[in-house]
Unconditional design. Structure first.
Length: 552
């Protein structure tokens, strides 16, 4: 790190590095312009830093000939050893473990002594200004509609011309997700996907990434999804590089080992972060042998055992146009786009992937799972089986999800958030009654972080709230949830990427093109009795698994 900093300070970036940085900055700038929220944030941030309220819209005009010298000055001034600090967290040696536990016991006793002397006597004051704001009716919005095209190889393309920003997004959804991994090779799809942009036959090694960056393009690969973002003016190389990824990935041995090391590091970090791995513990309990129980990244053992042959075989099987959907959204006309797609992707071939036969799922029986890990704070979760996306009860639970957990809007008026405010028991609390609801049932999942000394009290408070969740649904709560969801529908169309994802949702679940036009009417039709019925069927305390993670 020090050598790299010194080289940049003494020599400056190369012309190639500088051009890549400029191209990347331009793409990031256009990404900000896609979002009102991002613009507001950057305008405020840059104004505080510079005093210039137009900085966001002019900073790319910085004189290019001054960039190299400016970068060198910044590095020399700020990235110097006297301003750097290094910290190391050392593992507890086995002979010191008991000493550490003894010290921790003393610390716990002191915490308990202090907390016993603190009592909350007054309730949290309710908000005042929030009740003075009148919710307006949503203004008329013309929802974009995709044009459906079929390439000669059978690939379904959803296209939309969005002239607002001079960029284009490709979002490819493949049939094979992480649950296609064989039981003995969990993490295979993720490992293979992570290697796709690590070099191709035409651009070996890091050359592929360098070419992407020279255009300011970004590629993201994960199990079942591949995305590419580019300037509209670079549509031709974008199509070529996208096709290269799908048909000519190299899987070089050194790249395989590099990515393996990264994934192993990620897995270790994941299982050292209770707030993250809690969801995996829940999946394993709720789904059992159902494919949805699989961990996307796999295990240390399964990733270590995967060979280059395994990865190449997965590439040939999983990266296939059959039953795949490509959404292309951006500032490009169909007349310019279609010939390029046909030329680069029309000859892409791959095997037909058989569909998975999903076993039926039953609601779990109430039980408790304790996962011990040395942490002062306890991650407390409640998990149960929910419903699939196409279940007739979906909208009823979706509305109640806003009321109970805060749902997709993260509402601070939710029952769980109010419980946190009034009780002072929780550091954080949230969840979903429809977590990962897809073609197969999702999960009921509530997660909080509490202190060990108040764990029992917190558990009782949440279970009590769950038990009586449907007893007192107020008309005002339902109206707020309905208005919130209806007004938030436009967020599905804020950026090219979001528009593409929304089109895919409609296509996957065979929803009509006018789905969003009719959505407000559908949501407003849902009444309290229907919501109560759905909640009583799907939020049952005796069908929830309690998960506790920490020093218990």
């Amino acid at each position: 790190i020090h050598e790299t900093i010194a080289a940049l300070k003494n020599n400056g970036p190369s012309d190639e590095e500088l051009q890549r940085a400029i191209a990347k900055s331009k793409m990031e700038y256009l990404s900000v312009l896609e979002s009102n929220q991002k613009q507001a944030y950057v305008i405020g941030q840059s104004y505080l830093a510079t005093g210039d309220d137009q900085f966001l819209f002019t900073y790319l005009d910085y004189p290019k000939e001054q960039l190299t010298s400016s970068i060198q000055k910044i590095i020399a001034q700020h990235l110097r050893p006297s301003g750097m600090h290094k910290g190391t967290i050392l593992p507890i040696e086995s002979q010191d473990a008991q000493v550490w536990l003894d010290l921790q016991t003393v610390s716990d006793q002191e915490d308990e002594r202090i907390l016993k002397g603190i009592k909350r006597d007054l309730p949290v004051e309710q908000g005042a200004q929030v009740h003075t704001i009148a919710v307006q009716q949503p203004s008329k919005f013309t929802f974009p509609r995709a044009e459906k095209i079929m390439l000669s190889n059978g690939l379904t393309v959803l296209y939309y011309h969005n002239p607002n920003i001079a960029t284009i997004d490709f979002v490819l959804m493949l049939k094979a997700k992480n649950y296609y991994d064989p039981e003995s090779k969990e993490g295979l799809n993720n490992f293979m996907s992570s290697l796709l942009d690590e070099g191709t036959k035409n651009h070996p090694g890091s050359e592929y990434s360098r070419v992407l960056e020279s255009y300011g393009m970004t590629v993201s690969c994960s199990p079942g999804y591949i995305t590419l973002n580019a300037l509209s003016s670079d549509i031709k190389p974008a199509c070529e590089l996208f096709a290269e990824l799908l048909t000519q990935a190299a899987f070089e041995e050194n790249a395989v080992e590099k990515v393996r090391t990264q994934i192993i590091s990620d897995i270790k970090d994941y299982w050292d972060t209770p707030s993250e791995f809690a969801i995996q513990l829940a999946r394993e309990q709720i789904y059992g042998h159902h494919p949805y129980h699989k961990n996307n990244a796999g295990s240390l053992k399964s990733v270590a055992a995967l060979t280059r042959t395994d990865l190449l075989d997965a590439y040939k099987r999983f990266i296939t146009p059959h039953e795949a959907i490509l959404a292309v959204v951006g500032d490009i006309t169909k007349e310019d786009l279609l010939p390029l797609l046909e030329k680069n992707l029309g000859k892409w071939q791959g095997p037909q992937l058989p569909s998975i036969s999903f076993p039926s799922l039953a609601a779990p029986i109430k039980k408790q799972l304790i996962h011990k890990i040395n942490r002062d704070q306890i991650v407390l979760c409640f998990a149960g089986l929910s419903i699939a996306r196409d279940n007739p009860l979906f909208d009823k639970l979706l509305l109640f999800d806003q009321i109970f957990t805060g749902g997709v809007l993260g509402a601070m008026s939710s029952r769980l958030f109010q419980l946190r405010e009034q009780s002072g028991l929780f550091y954080t609390i949230g969840g979903s009654l429809l977590h990962h609801a897809d073609e197969q049932p999702g999960m009921v999942f509530v997660k909080t972080i509490v202190s060990l000394d108040r764990l029992k009290e917190a558990e009782s408070a949440i279970l009590e709230t769950i038990a009586h969740a449907a007893d007192s649904i107020e008309p005002e709560e339902v109206a707020q949830a309905q208005n919130g969801l209806i007004n938030a529908m436009v967020d599905n169309f804020e950026s090219n990427r979001q528009i593409a994802a929304t089109f895919m949702l409609l296509e996957r679940f065979k929803l009509p093109a006018d789905y969003f036009d009719k959505r407000p009417e559908q949501l407003l039709k849902v009444g309290i009795p229907e919501i109560k019925e759905a909640v009583k069927k799907n939020l049952v305390p005796n069908q929830l698994i309690t998960i506790k993670i920490g020093r218990i």
